[in-house]
Design a protein. Structure first.
Length: 266
């Protein structure tokens, strides 16, 4: 299994999908406990949700599961949200704080280093290469990091998550015009809720690549899975009805990012 899949487009947009993959090496899967093998914390069907919305966008997707190594975590292992509950570079608990490995089977430092080299680095090498390619072609690149999560996870946050959680690390990772354009679309759609830089303000991908002063803009979109799944429980069925409605503002978001980026002076 290749660690990353790339579908190249010719616009300035690069869509990153770090958590849609479900592949695990057999040895790693066997080390998980029964709870871990359910792969609950997958960004279920995000690839299907975004499919075809922006045909000229480049898509970089991790094929491996986040329980193997999380492609949206700092490779040094530093927390993105100091003082708050979160999961590690190589998670040993799920989003509910429960162990995902059989006792004594957690990855040691050598195993973490091996996974970093085999999976995390190739994924980010692909993102970096695609960003450089589209920036050379257009003078600007926009990275849109695609995520989803259950709307209620008391271990990670209080209450119910908004449908759209926009992350720009408090405006650091992209031009203010891009941030405002995306927020405007999320705010205008009746029936949906949104927050800007709330519980999720952008993971390592957004923070690492978002350098607007260098012509690379990054924004993370964390969607509540209740907005497009039938239920936020196994077997995680895709709701065509919900997804069809949600795809409309998502398409508008991608279009406005592309069009607004073209108006920014490199």
């Amino acid at each position: 299994m290749e660690p990353v899949s790339i579908a190249r487009g010719d616009s300035c947009l690069v869509l990153a999908m770090p958590h849609t993959g479900t592949w695990m090496p057999e040895s790693a899967m066997m080390a998980l406990n029964d709870r871990g093998r359910q792969l609950t914390d997958t960004d279920w069907h995000i690839d299907q949700l975004y499919a075809g919305l922006m045909p000229d966008a480049t898509i970089v997707a991790a094929n491996f599961h986040r329980y193997l190594i999380d492609a949206n975590r700092d490779p040094r292992g530093e927390s993105l949200y100091p003082g708050q509950n979160t999961t590690q570079l190589c998670p040993v608990t799920d989003f509910d704080g429960a162990p995902i490995y059989a006792a004594g089977q957690e990855p040691d430092a050598n195993e973490v280093a091996a996974r970093l080299a085999a999976f995390h680095r190739p994924y980010h090498a692909a993102i970096e290469a695609e960003l450089m390619r589209v920036k050379e072609a257009h003078g600007i690149a926009v990275l849109y990091d695609c995520h989803s999560i259950r709307s209620e996870i008391s271990f990670l946050f209080d209450g119910v998550l908004p449908d759209f959680s926009i992350g720009t690390n408090f405006g650091v990772t992209c031009a203010s015009t891009l941030e405002a354009a995306v927020q405007g679309i999320c705010a205008r759609d009746d029936g949906y809720t949104h927050v800007l830089n709330g519980r999720f303000r952008g993971g390592w991908t957004t923070r690492h690549y978002g350098q607007p002063e260098k012509g690379i803009h990054a924004i993370q979109m964390e969607l509540a899975q209740s907005a497009y799944l039938e239920n936020e429980t196994s077997p995680w069925r895709y709701s065509t009805t919900k997804a069809t409605r949600l795809r409309r503002p998502l398409k508008d978001i991608l279009n406005v990012l592309k069009n607004t980026a073209q108006e920014i002076d490199p």
